[in-house]
Design a binder for this molecule. Sequence first.
Ligand code: MG
Length: 384
Amino acid sequence: MFSDAQLAPYAAQSATSRGRRHNEAASSSRSEYQRDRDRIIHCTAFRRLEYKTQVFVNHEGDLFRTRLTHSLEVAQIARSTARNLRLNEDLVEAISLAHDLGHTPFGHAGQDALNACMKEFGGFEHNLQSLRVVDTLEERYGAFDGLNLTFETREGILKHCSLNNASKLGDVGQRFLEKKQANLEAQLTNLADEIAYNNHDIDDGLRSGLLVESQLIELDFYGRFRAEVATTYPGIAGRRAISETIRRMINALIVDLITTSEQRIRDCAPQSVDDVRHADPLIAFSEAMQKQATVLKQFLHHNLYRHYMVNRMASKARRVVTDLFNAMMDEPILLPPDYQMKLTDKNQQQDDLQQARKIADYIAGMTDRYAMLEHRRLFSVDEV
Ligand code: MG
């Protein structure tokens, strides 16, 4: 049997969860958050993460991170940190595995293109889409649409959103309107995400050759650990040296996150999740580490995310997504039957709004390679 007995009083407890939108009997063998995690792992959108871009498009190489391996790395970092802080490991694992379910194909280029296409129809935001996947789009259960996850997992998935959107989201939007914090598990997963992508993007950037190590050595954070590695293992070079450096960076970030958060928790002395909600964010890096992380992020922005070869792929990705959206909006009969609206002709604006949202759901659900195939099917006369 599971027990939350060893958790801190300010950790999310399965027994006091705010529950699910549709009532279900408790499981005899798993906590509520373990159940959430299991539902996420078994859902369709989770399997699609394997074929969705993080920075590099899936077919560019077998060793680059995908959304799936990224999500697993986030879960690993979040879980080991949670255990140190006596937070709920099952909940951070569930949030980590679900946090990117709403991502479009082709990473941020795909999301930006879809958002632009949806401008007149309420926009598109991957965070909101992740929630939409678990709340409504998955069709697996007889009694309800979606996965019927607990409030706490759903709240953690919704990292941020505009006040306008928050007002339409019911319970999970409330904290944005009231300017309160999410529970510590959600705060932690957010930063675990950041640790994961900053470090694996360096690794992938070097592996791809778009970044070279001499650029990174100029950054204090990388350079310091790289020097330490050279002292410990004289003559070490290549991928082995990079891995030894990156593992030290990840470790330093996690240790800093644990120490700083412990201190903030001690100072604030919350006795419950409710105390956490009313406090300032308690899971945080030290100021010095935050500065280093910002420098790293800026470096990646300038040198990797805006590298001309990444731009080239991003430009193609935007074209694919935009072409698909426009073609389907012009001719909804091109869509699979499930995605075609029954048009009423009575309220054109309402019909367009609903049709656009269905097309956005369809495109967002595509893997990189499915989007490319669909594009060929629609635009190449040679493709059947
Ligand atoms: Mg992420």
